[in-house]
Write a new protein. Sequence first.
Length: 156
Amino acid sequence: MEERDWSPFACPNPACPLVGQRGQGNLRPHGWSSKARGLRCLRCTRCGTHFSERAGTPLFRTQLPEATVVQVAEHLAEGTGLRATSRLCGVSYNTVLRLAKRAGDHAAAFHDAKVRHVPVNQVQADEAWAFVGKKTSTVTPANLRTGSGAATGTTS
């Protein structure tokens, strides 16, 4: 059996001198997290910490196949609703919520770690329009004084 390349992985132990450094040759296979799914446990030879190869990813401690998690993420990225994603992927609504939160937190942490010192000259936000309340043609000065109507997004 051919030895797998462990260079894309890094030790997650903050006390290890090689924390977060990939390709250092300090990781060795150390059993199975799930042999049926082919998930290995790795051990850092420098500090002795052992961890799953999914540690530090949105897939950590999930029982779902990777393909299903990717399918859920693709549906959410395309703007499919949570309930529709649940039906299309064959998972529960709560699973979709949990995966969306994990993926969002992971993406935010990645963004915060990688994007630094970027001068912003112009920002363009896409708009999602929704109609709530009265149309502006029906707003009266009395509505503005009382705080009801389209100006505040409430209805009377």
